[in-house]
Design a protein. Structure first.
Length: 498
């Protein structure tokens, strides 16, 4: 419609002086006309010159008065012609705002007398000029500068720039736009129309559609070296660590807690924090002499410790659970190592594990009920806290986190314990990246490890460094049932090596 009107008009006339007037005259919407002009200009059918005009539009208050009359006129009409009206009554009638504006303007116009008590009319009749002016502006009529100034000062109108065009024929002008076909169709071939059709040119610069392809999950891209899990495994292997078998999710409370000198009343053992299975582990599965030593160390200590002084329950230790940390894996490993030392001399060991753990947690931006833990430990004679700090610096700097800080912490199985913080350049702050410590004698000695053997260990979640290294700020984007496939498809670290 708009296109035919414009091209048709230009066939007979030199120019269209003003696209706004043209639209009004032809009953067209100006925005639509502007779109057509842009397209015609792009194809050089028309030449377009900008026209800008300042116009005035009513504010909300202006619109209100255009409908209901100015406050001064409303006030005037609310005063009875004879005798007037008490001030207070007039105010309740009009409301405080309308009363205030109305009084000021009506007094200025000398329409009313504002006596101490009584308000009276000074004239018999008034014209609501403000309303008339507002209506004129609303209809786009011209209003003189003095009135514009006055209405603007009262914030009843505001300026608005109007954009339109002056149009002339362009270098490729034609009274009708040529139709280009995008595709050669079977119908065109059959009818022979193809001979008369002009085809759209190929745009070799257009981007093709993205091809759907497989994507690897950032946590689990075993094949690609940039996979965080793989990267961590490589770091451990380069540092001479051996991988521990992480072959079970279901673990007994014994290995998950008791072997780690975690008292049975400890809040982490509560079902609010841990997922328990209905079926307990069978007694046969645990090494009895060791269980006995663990019971003793909890109840009455030994090895220089007082223990916790409570009645240790075998039933509690037998409860099966979804392991809450990979330290359960470390406990089994250290126990096996201690068993070996009964047969042959102790040799230092470096172990690591990376696997899934479970906690009964409220899921939020940084917590999931299941996640992955990375754990490293070194078992050797004469190790100190200094060795732990040193090895943590080595480990984390290989991950790109070289600024570390440590904060004293508490774990039932380590003493001393340290939380590990790393300075994140991107976030500009220190973020917690892990937990660490030296395993307590109450844990190691019942296992049967030689007395001078120390174990330094640390643990962190796999998700944490991944979030930090790849800028994820919601853990649910990374793992769990709400992973956004779009993210996996667009994140460059996930793309398959095509
Ligand atoms: N098990 C601890 C981590 C840790 C491992 C080893 C030593 C100290 C702490 C956790 O789940 O947070």
């Amino acid at each position: 419609m708009a296109e035919e009107a414009i091209l048709g008009y230009l066939a007979k006339n030199e120019e269209i002086g003003d696209s706004g007037e043209f639209a009004a005259k032809h009953g067209l919407n100006h925005d639509e006309v502007v779109n057509v002009i842009k397209s015609l200009h792009g194809f050089r059918y028309v030449e377009a010159q900008d026209i800008k005009r300042e116009s005035w539009v009513l504010t909300d208050e202006g619109k209100l008065y255009a409908d209901t009359g100015s406050p001064e006129a409303q006030l005037f009409l609310a005063i009875p012609p004879e005798g007037g009206i008490p001030r207070e009554e007039l105010q309740t009638k009009l409301g405080p705002l309308l009363f205030k504006i109305g009084c000021a303007q009506a007094a200025k116009n000398r329409w009313v007398d504002m006596g101490g008590q009584q308000v009276t009319r000074r004239v018999q009749h008034v014209d609501d000029r403000v309303k008339d002016l507002l209506l004129k502006i609303k209809e786009g009529q011209v209003v003189d500068q003095d009135n514009i100034k006055a209405l603007k000062a009262r914030k009843l109108i505001v300026p608005q720039t109007w954009n339109g065009y002056l149009l002339k024929k362009g270098p490729d002008y034609a009274p009708q736009r040529k139709k280009f076909a995008a595709d050669l169709t079977r119908e065109m071939l059959q009818s022979g129309d193809w001979k008369n059709v002009e085809f759209k040119e190929y745009n070799f610069n257009a981007k093709g559609q993205t091809i759907e392809a497989g994507h690897l999950h950032p946590l689990n891209k075993a094949r690609i070296c940039s996979s965080v899990r793989h990267q961590l495994r490589m770091i451990f292997l380069q540092m001479g660590f051996e991988e521990m078998p992480t072959d079970r999710y279901v673990e007994s409370s014994f290995w998950n807690f008791d072997a780690l000198f975690q008292p049975q009343q400890h809040p982490a053992r509560d079902s609010h924090d841990t997922f328990y299975l209905k079926v307990p582990s069978t007694t046969k599965e645990l090494p009895e002499d060791y269980v006995e030593r663990v019971k003793r160390v909890h109840e009455s200590g030994g090895y220089g410790s007082r223990g916790y002084e409570y009645d240790w329950s075998r039933e509690e230790a037998n409860k099966n659970l979804l392991r809450t940390h990979t330290t359960a894996v470390s406990a089994r490993m250290l126990y096996n190592l201690a068993q070996d030392t009964l047969k042959k001399p102790f040799t230092p060991k470096r172990y690591f594990s990376i696997d899934r753990v479970f906690r009964n947690e409220a899921v939020d931006r940084t917590h999931l009920a299941e996640f992955h833990q990375i754990e490293g430990l070194i078992c050797d004679r004469g190790l100190t806290l200094g060795d732990l700090i040193g090895v943590l610096h080595d480990f984390f700097s290989r991950l790109g986190m070289s600024k570390l800080r440590f904060k004293p912490a508490y774990n039932p199985y380590t003493e001393p314990s340290m939380e590990i913080f790393s300075y994140h350049e991107g976030f500009g702050k220190w973020v917690e990246v892990g937990n660490s410590g030296m395993f307590r004698p109450e844990m190691l000695l019942p296992m049967g490890l030689p007395e001078d053997v120390r174990v330094i260990a640390w643990g962190l979640s796999l998700e944490r460094p991944t979030m930090i290294l790849y800028g994820y700020n919601n853990i649910r984007d990374l793992f769990g049932h709400k992973v956004d496939l779009g993210l996996i498809k667009t994140n460059p670290i996930c793309r398959l090596g095509l």
